[in-house]
Ligand binder design. Structure first.
Ligand SMILES: CC(C)(COP(=O)(O)OP(=O)(O)OC[C@H]1O[C@@H](n2cnc3c(N)ncnc32)[C@H](O)[C@@H]1OP(=O)(O)O)[C@@H](O)C(=O)NCCC(=O)NCCS
Length: 233
């Protein structure tokens, strides 16, 4: 498989919608306020997969396979899948896959697979920031990073081929375990709507009960992000 340079691009500090920018008085006069902690998003790389695995193992009720952790490193997802750092501490992540992105397959779709934020860092907008970032990246694909030649120094033409630009994606889906009303409301606030119940969605995850999931769909990412058209027109 061709290798690409996904050397861990770090975003500029995020402006969160709420929470973390509230002024905090740190002396009796209320004269000084604590500076807001820096929040950044970082690409997934083989070097931070261990961090990603730790966060998911702590937060999520299922253990994901090595295959999963390899698949989320795919170069075509470099701008979508991110770890979030709070004051330089990795505290959460969102991983997605892309469906129907080849020609004539149906409507291109961003499928949110996993989203987790460590409990002490919740309710500050980090989860929403991860999802909104993935939605924005799907809607506004960037040029994939160039391939990195293999360490041996010799590469076939295929190994050096740059991944083609992605199509614009204006639809997103996520499955939420039936009964997890908080998570459902969380996604509804971000522009998703319940589409249907998928029975036995978690059949391969023994510890997950119930096995049914709500399929939530966002049919208009541009609208959900407050953009009027797919290209911001
Ligand atoms: C869902 C999750 C990523 C949200 O992260 P976050 O950083 O707190 O997200 P935000 O600050 O943007 O939004 C907070 C809202 O998320 C909602 N929420 C969704 N799922 C929640 C959960 N399991 N526990 C607590 N709150 C949850 C709450 O309504 C909360 O609203 P509040 O701040 O008014 O209490 C985080 O709660 C989490 O990791 N939960 C466990 C894993 C999970 O449920 N993943 C999603 C299932 S698909």
């Amino acid at each position: 498989m061709a290798q690409y340079n996904t050397a861990g691009t770090v975003s500029a500090p995020l402006e969160l919608a709420r929470g973390e920018h509230e002024a905090v008085a740190i002396n009796g006069n209320g004269a000084r306020v604590a500076p807001p902690p820096k929040v950044t998003l970082t690409s997934l790389t083989p070097n931070n997969t261990g961090t990603l695995r730790k966060i998911y193992n702590v937060v999520l009720p299922v253990t994901y396979s090595e295959r999963f952790y390899k698949s989320v490193l795919d170069p075509s997802l470099d701008d979508v899948n991110k770890l979030v750092y709070y004051a330089d501490i990795p505290v959460g992540a969102c991983c997605c896959s892309l469906e129907n992105v080849a020609p004539k397959q149906g409507e291109p779709t961003l499928a949110i697979l996993t989203l987790a934020v460590l409990a002490p860092y919740r309710s500050q907008g980090l989860g929403s920031a991860l999802v909104r970032h993935a939605l924005r990246a799907a809607l506004h694909p960037t040029v994939p990073p160039p391939p990195t030649p293999p360490a041996s120094g010799t590469a076939t033409r295929g190994q050096l081929k740059q991944a083609p630009p992605r199509v614009v994606i204006n639809r997103a889906t996520v499955h939420v375990q039936v009964g997890n009303e908080d998570a459902k409301r969380f996604y509804e606030r971000l522009g998703f709507k319940e589409d249907k119940v998928v029975d036995n969605y978690y059949k391969n995850f023994q510890r997950m009960e119930p096995k049914a999931a709500w399929l939530l769909v966002c049919d208009d990412i541009a609208g959900a992000l407050g953009e009027t058209g797919a290209n911001g027109a």
